[in-house]
Design a protein around this ligand. Sequence first.
Ligand code: GDP
Ligand code: IMO
Ligand code: MG
Length: 428
Amino acid sequence: MANIIIVGTQWGDEGKGKIVDCLTEKSNVVARFQGGHNAGHTVVIGGDKFILHLIPSGILHKDKMCIIGNGVVVNPEALMSEIMALELRGVRVTKDNLRVSKNAHVIMDYHEDLDGWKEHEMGSKKIGTTGRGIGPCYTDKVARSGIRMHDLDWPEQFKEKHLANIADLIKRYPNNPDIQNLVKTAEATYVKYISLGKQLKDYIDDTDITINEAIKSGKSVLFEGAQGTLLDVDHGTYPYVTSSNATAGGAMTGLGIGPKCIDEVLGVAKAYTTRVGEGPFPSELTGHEGELLREKGAEYGATTGRPRRCGWLDFVVLRHAVRVNGLTGLVITKLDILDGMDKIKVCVGYKYIDQFLKDFPKELPILEGCTPVYEELDGWTGHTTAGVRSYDKLPQKAKDYMQVIGETLGIPIAIVSTGQDRDDIIYS
Ligand code: GDP
Ligand code: IMO
Ligand code: MG
């Protein structure tokens, strides 16, 4: 199979994990390129549910190589727990099927603490992060003071960097008693991370070499994006975003590959829209309809359990995603959740004062002043899409919905998902 990038087209949780699991069957390598354990990717196989946070969603297949690239931020404790939880369920995770980049940055305990404190200080302006220390870890990376996975194998070098980082934090937060306390816990933290480094040593690898060799030898790679286009630090609803490039470009820098090896870029979109955390969401439904979507779609975060905000499909968002990712095809998930709805709305543009906007505005004050302009389509009441596994068997009105999406965005719909399970899928 071809080399395919899978990205989220909305605000995350589009069903990327399920799609990556399905496409892994025909791939040799599955690679994560950004984000960390803020991600929660769900895979359901014959009723058994797995939620992957750091480990690529291809891990449930035998004889596939999974890679955690340099662009990912790794909490070694979370990674060890994930490995052990999989092993307990009978999934072998060894250096033969999991490699972690030497250059991936390490999430330290104080990154998680900083994440929480910053959110607290921001009060009503908080981002609503997952609290996993993602932003503070990427901040250290860009500030060139971060700790990388291979540092854990160099105790003296690691200690020096660790102590320098703590000294810096203490200077920056003189009035924060928890930060001041970091001096006392510095040694214990050092020992803990060195021990985690030893436990993970076998997995640590020059993943840029491994992945390029695989590509060169004709193996096919799936690139698994985390989060979504509107959470991308450059192309999302800044500052209400995550701290990495969740769009297709992130796959190059986050793994050390060149653009010419990419054959396809598939964008995953829910048949409606959700968002978890704060920030603008023009097609959000705050009343009964939103609650209905949340309950029908079981829209609660796979990582934090937070209720997801729900709304109609938004073509302004999707047009932006098609453009900034260079999408070659779309994957529509959770079509079954719209079963039984009499009318389905799609947001075709935004009204801003007296203007009609078709393109996603970059300025937060404009975005916050936008109201959605809807077109109403017929639902397929009396028919069901749940568990349908061939396009022909979809109700006509559901096919019409797919056609409207494909024609509006000008790209083909490559895959439709009609249920949680691995087998509830239609390939075009
Ligand atoms: P990800 O972060 O993009 O991998 O998505 P999540 O796993 O966070 O959230 C997607 C949720 O929708 C999970 O509970 C999936 O099991 C579920 N899901 C995925 N595709 C479908 C589908 O077609 N129908 C239904 N009903 N659920 C789906
Ligand atoms: P997957 O890969 C949905 C959101 C958080 C918050 C913002 C910043 O499962 O789709 P962070 O902890 O990254 O600094 O939080 O991004 N967020 C996600 N929302 N799905 C995710 O991942 C997310 N990862 C982060 O809710 O709004
Ligand atoms: Mg998720």
